[in-house]
Design a protein around this ligand. Structure first.
Ligand SMILES: *[C@@H]1O[C@H](CO)[C@@H](O)[C@H](O)[C@H]1NC(C)=O
Ligand SMILES: *[C@@H]1O[C@H](CO)[C@@H](O)[C@H](O)[C@H]1NC(C)=O
Ligand SMILES: *[C@@H]1O[C@H](CO)[C@@H](O)[C@H](O)[C@H]1NC(C)=O
Ligand SMILES: *[C@@H]1O[C@H](CO)[C@@H](O)[C@H](O)[C@H]1NC(C)=O
Ligand SMILES: *[C@@H]1O[C@H](CO)[C@@H](O)[C@H](O)[C@H]1NC(C)=O
Length: 738
């Protein structure tokens, strides 16, 4: 069944994420390609429900909360195919009418798409839906196995988009919702807002703050425990640049941040952020002139929260390239730019044209945009309300930094050609060597999940893509990606379904060598159990793993059985196919026949995973073996005993016999001819010599008549073993005698 499925898939559904290398970084071909198969993960899909694109993991409840169109599901986090609860949240009739009246399609846009789902401090959930272009929020509870909406129905303006096709982002922090979305029907008024508990504060509606943005991701960076610094919330988005002279609007990526303690200004920036600062986010990919645009971001922090890194996926704009990239940003570097960097300021050029240049004059104190810190408190400034107008006016007019945010090591951690990246999550795992590695899981537009680790160090990068798994058919882009540490699973959503997939399928590696070559930090070979197991393992077992080099020489001398030779009977003149599936895209295959390298022949076609012999004949019979070489390890993968079928063989032998009789005949005829020729040659020679003698003896005219004489002599002497010379001499003698 599986093979049928994947075969169908291979030919019809998938342009499997093509394994193509890019110029910039090392080998960016995934080591393994797992083709589409329903068994790649556990699937959740409910009849007549789509758009499974909002997810919240409630590991405490053992639930995955899934927001779809008009409904919220509570799924078993251990097996999402088990639906534990659900609650409908459909659009009311009059709302739908209103929406269609305003020109939106009733079937598509005038539905309630769940877009915001957060866990609140009291264990409930905060949920918002587009509700037919009339965004609405509510609280959701789970008790006695039931999901219930409390029907408080808060206004969702500024918290959730009106338009279900518009991107947005939000984060819940200490009882408040930080949201970045558009707050009007037309989707033309962008806002970054904090609401719910304290008085709502938001961004200025000015193009210098937000210029037709597409919001991508929002998250806080937890303050380290002994820090007196205020906590910050970061926002990643794309917008049109104000600072470039470009013939058309140029989209660029930005990171902005606000401080959690911000409550707005007293007179200036009333109920507006006093700490909204933004900077250009760079992810330099060589092959593109136009800046890459951020598509998704994942915040990864060390366990002790001492540092955090934002991993971001970028795609090219306007078909400038076919490579996607991942860049990583240290939050300390970002904060450094905001807290110490220079500002940009608008400068008039001519009458109307405004150019943004570096601000070089004196900067007011306290520093504009800074969170309330020790220094400010010493100046008796306890909250943003106490900030002087000068500071506030400065930041209101100059939210853009002059410096750009550079990625770690000033380069992408991964650049890969092929279907565009859409989403990313990052996990951290301690391998057997004691080091901890960050494993990136990247979703693509073509329904694939890539799993990649950087095994390099500060000085050199070595990006290794362990595998690519075709989780959805290629026309289903990955829209959501979540990772649950408690289940060790990835939850992957498209518009059409949700799939749960283990972070590692170690059982896919059948031998120690396969297990070690995979360089999967989650997997190690258990010597006793003779299995590739998922870490962590029980303490007693002896384990083999080598993620940094993928060197399998510690593996016990193969306990793995050599493959049995398969008999393969073929009909003469038919094409023979001998499949041999390499266990990795890095493996080199070679074939042997009867222990010798397969001689090159025009009839042998060595495809990626099959040897084809065209118009096979008896000479092709023999023992074929397929060998795979990877990392200097040579493994016998398959053996075939190739035999011609009995009928063809007897026919062959018949023909062969006839052919050989004919050959014999030919040879005999040939021999006879030669014999005759030799004989005549000899006779001629003999005759000629006689003639010579005769002529020497002075009678050339008698040449012809003398020809027959030697023959007689020969006949006389055939029985006698003599050398030709003797013979000649004798005959000569005889001749003389006669
Ligand atoms: C909802 O899913 C359907 C089916 O894939 C898709 O056509 C539609 O664009 C989705 N709607 C939104 C708002 O993404
Ligand atoms: C998940 O649950 C379904 C239905 O209960 C069951 O058939 C399936 O085997 C389970 N899968 C796993 C991986 O546990
Ligand atoms: C927090 O404490 C640790 C150890 O006590 C120290 O190394 C670190 O620098 C401190 N961090 C800050 C921001 O003060
Ligand atoms: C991207 O790929 C498409 C299709 O393979 C090709 O036509 C196009 O030229 C490529 N663009 C670039 C910039 O490489
Ligand atoms: C991995 O193999 C290399 C040799 O290729 C060796 O130097 C290294 O120590 C090995 N690492 C482990 C953890 O065994």
């Amino acid at each position: 069944m599986n093979t049928v499925l994947s075969a169908v898939c291979l030919s019809v559904l998938c342009v499997p994420c093509p394994a193509q290398a890019s110029g910039q970084a090392g080998p960016v071909v995934p080591r393994q390609t797992v083709t589409y198969d329903e068994s790649n993960g556990v699937v959740f899909r409910e009849k007549d429900v789509w758009n499974y694109t909002t997810m919240l993991l409630r590991e405490d409840l053992g639930l995955l909360i899934l927001g779809a169109r008009g409904v919220i599901f509570g799924l078993d986090i251990n097996n999402i195919s088990r639906k534990k609860a659900s609650v409908n949240w459909a659009v009311k009739e009059e709302k739908k009418k209103e929406c269609t009246y305003k020109g939106k399609s009733s079937e598509i846009e005038c539905e309630n798409y769940i877009r915001v789902l957060h866990e609140t401090e009291d264990g409930r959930m905060y949920v918002c839906g587009t509700n037919a272009f009339s965004p609405t929020c509510d609280y959701l509870t789970y008790s006695d196995g039931k999901l219930t909406l409390t029907n408080t129905e808060e206004d969702g303006k500024g918290k959730c988009p009106f338009d279900p096709f518009q991107r947005h982002s939000s984060v819940w922090l200490d009882g408040e919702l930080y949201s970045a979305t558009s707050m009007n029907f037309l989707g033309s008024e962008p806002v970054v807002m904090r609401s719910i508990h304290r008085e709502t504060i938001r961004t200025e509606f000015k193009t210098s703050w937000l210029n037709e943005p597409t919001f991508v991701h929002m998250n806080n960076v937890p303050a380290s425990k002994n820090s007196s610094e205020d906590e910050k919330v970061y926002l990643f988005f794309n917008e049109f640049a104000v600072e470039y002279d470009f013939y058309s609007k140029l989209p660029v990526s930005r990171v902005a941040r606000v401080c959690k303690g911000d409550v707005g200004g007293q007179r200036t920036l009333q109920r507006k952020w006093t700490t909204f600062m933004k900077a250009l986010l760079k992810c330099p990919v060589m092959e593109s002139q136009l800046p890459y645009l951020v598509q998704d971001v994942f915040r990864w922090c060390r366990d002790d929260l001492s540092s955090c890194i934002f991993y971001a996926v970028f795609t090219p704009q306007m078909g400038s390239s076919n490579s996607s990239a991942v860049c990583a940003y240290d939050t300390q570097n970002i904060e450094e730019v905001f807290s110490k960097g220079k500002f940009k300021t608008p400068a008039s050029v001519g009458n109307s044209f405004v150019k943004w240049v570096m601000y070089t004059d004196e900067i007011p104190t306290p520093r504009p945009g800074a969170c309330i810190n020790e220094e400010a408190r010493n100046m008796n400034i306890k909250s943003s309300m106490d900030l002087p107008d000068k500071t506030l006016q400065f930041i209101r007019d100059r939210p853009l930094m002059d410096q750009t945010i550079e990625p770690l090591y000033s380069r992408p951690v991964l650049v890969k050609k092929g279907p565009a990246f859409t989403r990313i999550v990052v996990d951290s795992i301690t391998a057997l060597d004691g080091s901890s590695y960050q494993v990136m899981f990247i979703g693509t537009e073509s329904g694939c999940v890539l799993k990649a680790v950087d095994y390099g160090d500060q000085n050199s990068e070595e990006m290794f893509i362990i595998e690519e798994v075709q989780l959805f058919p290629s026309f289903e882009p990955i829209k959501t990606l979540r990772l649950a540490v408690s289940t060790g699973c990835l939850y992957v959503g498209s518009e059409l379904k949700l799939v749960q997939m283990p972070l590692s399928a170690c059982q896919r590696y059948p031998s120690c060598v396969d297990c070690v070559l995979a360089r999967d930090p989650y997997c190690a070979w258990d010597v006793t159990a003779e299995q590739c197991i998922r870490l962590p393992a029980s303490a007693s077992s002896e384990l083999i793993q080598n993620v940094t080099d993928g060197n399998p020489f510690q593996c016990p001398v193969s306990a793995r059985e050599a493959p049995q030779a398969k008999d393969l009977i073929f009909i003469e003149d038919a094409d023979v196919h001998m499949p041999c599936q390499p266990s990795s895209n890095f493996a080199q295959l070679d074939w042997q026949r009867n222990g010798e390298p397969l001689p090159p022949s025009e009839r042998h076609r060595l495809l990626r995973n099959v040897l084809v012999i065209g118009r096979a004949s008896e000479e092709d019979s023999g023992l074929y073996s397929c060998w795979s070489t990877e990392q200097d390890v040579r493994i016998l993968l398959a053996m075939y005993e190739l035999k011609m079928d009995d009928y063809s063989r007897s026919a062959y032998h018949e023909r062969q016999f006839q052919k050989s009789s004919l050959e014999t005949l030919k040879v005999m005829v040939g021999l006879l001819t030669i014999l005759v020729f030799v004989l005549s040659g000899w006779i001629f020679y003999k005759g000629y010599c006689g003639c010579l003698r005769q002529s020497r003896s002075g009678d050339p005219a008698q040449h012809e008549g003398r020809m027959f004489k030697p023959l007689r002599v020969l006949q006389h002497r055939t029985g006698k073993q003599t050398t030709p010379l003797e013979n000649q001499n004798n005959s000569h003698t005889r001749h003389e005698e006669e």
